[in-house]
Design a protein around this ligand. Sequence first.
Ligand SMILES: Cc1cc2nc3c(=O)[nH]c(=O)nc-3n(C[C@H](O)[C@H](O)[C@H](O)COP(=O)(O)OP(=O)(O)OC[C@H]3O[C@@H](n4cnc5c(N)ncnc54)[C@H](O)[C@@H]3O)c2cc1C
Length: 408
Amino acid sequence: MTREYHYDLVIVGGGPAGSSVAYEASKNGIKVALLEKEETIAQSVRTSGVTWIQNIKEFGIPDDCYNPIKNYSFCSPNNEVTIRDTIPQAAVLDVRKTYRWLAEQAKNEGAEIFLKTNINNVIKNKDGDVIGVSGTSKEGEVIFHSKVIVDASGFSSTVSRAMGFVTQWERFGAGAEYEVKAENVDQETWWLMVGQKYSPAGYAWIFPVGKNIVRIGVGVGKPESQVDPTERLKELMDSKIGPISKLGKITPIEFHYGLIPNDGLSRKTVYNNLILVGDSAGQANPLVLEGIRYAIKFGRVAGKIASNAIKSGKTDETALYPYEEKWKKDIQAKIKSAGKVQDRWIGLSDEEWDNELDIIKELKPEEFLDFIKADFGLASMIKLATHHPKLAVRQLFNLVKSKNKIEK
Ligand SMILES: Cc1cc2nc3c(=O)[nH]c(=O)nc-3n(C[C@H](O)[C@H](O)[C@H](O)COP(=O)(O)OP(=O)(O)OC[C@H]3O[C@@H](n4cnc5c(N)ncnc54)[C@H](O)[C@@H]3O)c2cc1C
């Protein structure tokens, strides 16, 4: 027998985006269901979990959820640079702890969380607008009726695909990673490794999680490269090249694998009764393919706008549009600029990467961080593009500055 439920807001996907929508919408006093297909929140880890302390503080994520990073090392086949800061500004999250904390926040505000609930279809009204979702749970077939649905299902974009609004992402990153125990770990320093042997069309990384644990991973851009990131990761760990050799003895603890969209901000993200958020909306910084902070930030915006729309009794595309307007205003121009840098980086030969690191060496920590975070503000970009003492740096920032209007 099919079980049927009725909610004001149903969110498909209990990742950082879904939990953040659920938190904000429940806080605003409506009846919310958060549906997650796995047995627990963050049962599978599909991310390396790098983010920024400023955002962590803004979201209120507890201090025991992350390892702070203050030094940023890069290596290419024949070059190496470490940018040292005086205070940590980046962080590597304990992904399970953080994602569970986010879900707990939503639950504390009254959201109901349904685990082991795999959504695979949509219910439509006579006009073709979504008014519910269906799937399977431990109880059998389930239907959730809702005034607004949020697609927070990540890369798979389950709801939007079932509606026929989107197809599979054409350009995306595929990443494989081992969380390992290592003999020698500098907890405050991350490594990004670039060049053909690490990853054609991508990069490899070492991200310290705390104590003697690090995440070693490889990301590969698709369709640019056919390389399988899992195979390449095993090769790098077996041959222990570059900074991996400094880790000493390595004992794998857990394997992570995931896909992240890299099609720019190509999708429409509001329809009648439907919002897309996080990876399903393609909200990721293409430079290092990071999306957690956007998933949380715009998840909260979506939760607020959807719950206000539900309270007002008007949930069509026009009523939900302020969400799209808000996130686009915040990041669209920055993401476009970051895309240009990514296009340049994807085409670099090993020798050109060696030279690129010489440019990166000239950056101060705050310049480097703004750059890698795609936090391009007009004033700072113009300053760097016109006044930086090194010509190569000026050229790099001119690339960012040119053509696009950049936000203040
Ligand atoms: C290898 C890799 C490394 C990354 N590293 C970083 C990084 O260091 N820093 C960073 O900021 N970002 C990183 N990202 C990106 C980041 O993980 C995503 O941007 C972020 O997870 C997006 O959050 P989300 O909630 O939109 O989606 P997800 O985190 O993917 O969550 C989606 C949730 O929906 C559930 N779900 C899916 N389908 C259904 C369904 N049909 N029914 C019910 N539930 C469903 C899933 O089980 C999952 O829990 C990385 C991505 C990859 C692939």
